[in-house]
Design a protein around this ligand. Sequence first.
Ligand SMILES: Cc1ncc(COP(=O)(O)O)c(C=O)c1O
Length: 461
Amino acid sequence: MGSMAYEPEGLVFDPTPLFSRRVQRWEPGAIRSLLPLEAIPGMISLVAGKPNPETFPFSKIAITLNGPEETTIVLENAALAEALQYGLPAGHGGLIKWWEGLQQAVHGVGHATSWTCCVGNGSQELIHKAFQVFTDPGDPVLLETPAYPGVSAFLRADGHELIEVGSGPDGVDPSDLESVLSAWPFNRRRPSVFYTVPTGSNPTGRSCTEINKARILRLAKRFNFMIFEDDAYYFLNFEEDPSKRARSYFSLEQEVNGETGRVMRFDSLSKIVSSGMRLGILTGPVPAVQRVVKITENINLQPSSTSQVLALSLFRHWGYTGFVEHCAKAAEFYRHKRDAFAAAAERHLQGRATWDVPTAGMFFWLKLVLPPGKDSFELLSKKGIENRILAIPGMAFLPNMRKACHLRASYSLVSDPDMDEACRRIARLVDDAWLDEFTYTAKSEARQEQALLRSVGKVMA
Ligand SMILES: Cc1ncc(COP(=O)(O)O)c(C=O)c1O
């Protein structure tokens, strides 16, 4: 965890001029916007159509934690009522406060005054809503490429122009972003969002260096756009020494730009606590987070109370130190998996594929060495299934759906023997692709030879 010496709050960028036209049309939810007032002492509320918890069929929720001590967290009485009842659209106040404290401790930022957090049903939901705040359908959007298809798919469906920004072993390439923006025609609407997965990127497993993040932050200020920092794998970092890990965009912004307010940070509990609980947290400038909450008020009312109260009880039990220790254990688990997959790839895929060893997260991004013109989509969807090997073809991660030789292999659930077998099967696919190519070439050469002989025969006759 970072030191608790918070930086004083400096200049704050106001993101409201970058808001979309569509988000301006959302009114406050008629009922939800009154709910916070229920907490005023002495208030008699006749507002919400809340069901009476006495009618609910539960008397307690008990969850026992893994570990030698078998600790059980029990929700009953008031905590149970809260867990089973409607709550606030921004999320449970206690959970938000806890997470704000975590952000201060982990990212070394000042108290939550110009920034705040809200909770969503997974970070995916929050990312989608944040895009609604800053873009209108059809607007250009800058995407670190390869990109997480969970985001490029909904952007494509909304008719956005997807501008690919290249990345390499050090994460996103700031020079590429700079050349795209410098060459931007003056009469064309400029992108207001750059979306990136900076730690253990999905699909490449690469992490962005601090140097590159600083350059991107400077570009955000110069070209006036927001950075959507989707850090779903932040806590699954394989670098054991925290001082060697790249700090987040959220953490670096003040130091680099002398102001804050351009970073929308998305955290997820899916990879570290439970994906089924569907909890994600957005941290960002107050006006932008408020707009996201306004969408929630109107669309799905709130994130799940049950999941939030359970998560909060767990976090209070752990404290910040326990939380970070738990995440370190999860990272250690995946580091072993990463090592096992790397060893299997070395054994079977040398000369048949290239890859970078992931620095965080759950994915290997393999570039297959295929015959010219062949791509991984065709290979995996036909021969892959026949040979009982499933992986996601690279095309899915290229926002503009170009053909690619890559595939994304996830090692999170696979046993060591299955990793070995998976790499062996991928190797066979590559070998077969070359065999088919040679057979095809040999056959077509033979056909050409026969045709030549026939035509020579005709001439001679
Ligand atoms: C990069 C990235 N962002 C967001 C998500 C969605 O996470 P959540 O479960 O919090 O909605 C995922 C899920 O795999 C992901 O890989």
